[in-house]
Design a protein around this ligand. Structure first.
Ligand code: BES
Ligand code: MN
Length: 460
């Protein structure tokens, strides 16, 4: 009978083949935000369904109104083993700005650094590298007598666009998806040597607002003065969204924002977090959020309003004296506690409409929002995972929050009453969503070993 040591040895022995597989997946530019890449999303789904079949899963691609899901199911070597559902996403963020990549985003490569080799490419970490980390653990079990848990797999292709098809899909496939626990590999370690279990995520509301004025672009000398400028209108509205203390001014925005439970506040205080280094690593020095809050609070337990893109007028080379007909902005809100995405969307739209001068029209393009998530910071699965991670990394796993959003975790809690275990091997400097995204080869390797240990621990 094969042991955990055999499984770990098999992961160690297959590093190069695992890397080749991850490279194949990264080469597929599955950008869910851009219609031109919908066929690539299909290809990524097909590729993953084939991978799962090869790993002994009963696997299929399931169509939705948006990008397809990939479903897989494999039995444990013993019948009374627990049943886990693993979630990952095969879609990636747009690779823009392209000119800041040192090499093309969908031509993955290895880069040698003082800290070891890293895999560079869009999706290398988020979430292709992370989901392959889990599948490589499954592969090692397959080669060594089978899985210790019944494992179902759900791979989504719309996570980076707010998971619009997910709620309906969960409702339809509730029976097949119901398991004892949801495993998610899409979060970060505490630092390069300290693994982490994430128990809190922020929610998200994403809005695009388009402001239209004159019926066409105008000469800014011949019309400037009497003709209203949409950039000026939009800039004033955006500037009004924060006050001088860094707080968001939308009416009702802080409804549902709560103070951290003492238990979690204590866990966070015990973390060795250095705000100066955190900001220094990205070329900054002074926290820009709400006055009187610590950097960790700003990230994990306070809501924000951010501008993700602003467009208007002439943005090519050189001067052009134009008075544009329209301007637009992409605005997002990170949510915490019991903040309600629908109410915040409404409040934002009213806020904008109340500030429009005569002759100005506005259009909103909404995206699906998700509320914040808080998981129990204690519990049997967390305890076992924590011990398994410590065995692999030789350091206790930190229990942390995160400022990012993963809509599926809340959806499973609401629709199926399932809790999640979020364990990931990304690092803060992986540059996810940015140019030159990377995943440490060590994360890929020791991450797979960690999942082998966690699945074993959950089965005992
Ligand atoms: N994996 C990230 C979120 C993340 C990263 C959480 C690191 C914790 C640690 C995820 O894929 C992501 O970026 N999600 C989007 C979701 C949104 C579009 C609904 C986000 O947070 O912007
Ligand atoms: Mn992700």
């Amino acid at each position: 009978m094969a042991t955990l040591e055999d499984v770990l040895a098999s992961i160690d022995a297959n590093g190069q083949a695992a890397l080749d597989r991850l490279f194949e997946l990264v080469r597929i530019p599955s950008i869910s935000a851009q219609a031109a890449h919908y066929p690539d999303c299909d290809r990524a789904a097909d590729w993953l369904a084939a991978q799962l079949s090869e790993l002994g899963f009963e696997a299929r691609k399931e169509l939705t109104e948006g990008r397809p899901m990939v479903l897989g199911a494999a039995k444990a070597r013993t019948r009374d083993a627990p049943h886990v559902l693993f979630y990952g996403h095969y879609d990636v963020q747009p690779a823009d700005p392209l000119d800041l990549w040192k090499t093309p985003p969908f031509e993955p490569r290895l880069e040698a650094t003082a800290r070891g080799e890293r895999i560079v490419g869009r999706g290398a970490a988020d979430d292709k590298g992370q989901l392959m980390t889990f599948l490589e653990a499954c592969r090692a079990f397959k080669a060594n007598g089978g899985l210790p848990c019944h494992v179902s797999v759900l791979l989504e292709g719309e996570e980076e666009t707010g998971s619009p098809s997910l709620p309906a899909f969960l409702a339809k496939h509730a029976k097949a998806l119901k398991a004892d626990l949801l495993l998610v590999c899409d979060t970060n370690m505490w630092n390069a040597d300290t693994p982490a279990i994430t128990t809190m995520l922020r929610g998200l509301v994403f809005e695009e607002v388009v402001v239209r004025c004159a019926s066409r672009d105008l000469h800014s000398g011949l019309y400037g003065g009497p003709a209203i400028n949409p950039i000026r209108v939009l800039a004033r509205i955006l500037a009004d969204l924060h006050d001088d203390k860094g707080a968001v001014t939308l009416p009702g925005f802080y409804d549902g924002v709560e103070d951290m439970p003492e238990e979690i506040a204590t866990q966070w205080r015990e973390l060795d977090f250095d705000p100066t280094k955190f900001l220094g690593d990205i070329g900054l020095s002074v926290p820009a959020g709400e006055n009187g809050r610590s950097v960790l609070e700003m990230l994990w337990s306070r809501p924000t309003c951010e501008f993700n893109g602003v467009v208007g007028g002439y943005i090519g080379q050189g001067a052009k004296t134009v008075l544009p007909a329209q301007a637009s902005a992409k605005v997002s809100f990170r949510l915490v506690g019991r903040q309600d995405p629908a109410r915040i969307q409404q409040s934002f739209r009213s806020f904008v409409k109340a500030r429009l001068p005569a002759d100005v029209k506005v259009e909103f393009l909404g995206h699906d929002g998700s509320p914040a998530i808080g998981l129990p910071a204690r519990g049997e699965a967390l305890r076992r995972a924590r011990r398994a991670l410590e065995e692999e990394w030789g350091a206790p796993a930190a229990v942390i929050g995160s400022g990012g959003s993963i809509p599926v975790v809340g959806a499973f809690k609401r629709e199926l009453g399932m809790d999640s275990l979020m364990v990931g091997f990304g690092l803060d400097d992986d540059a996810i969503h940015s140019p030159n995204e990377k995943y440490e080869r060590r994360s890929f390797h020791k991450g797979a070993r960690s999942w082998a240990r966690i699945l074993t621990a959950l089965s005992q």
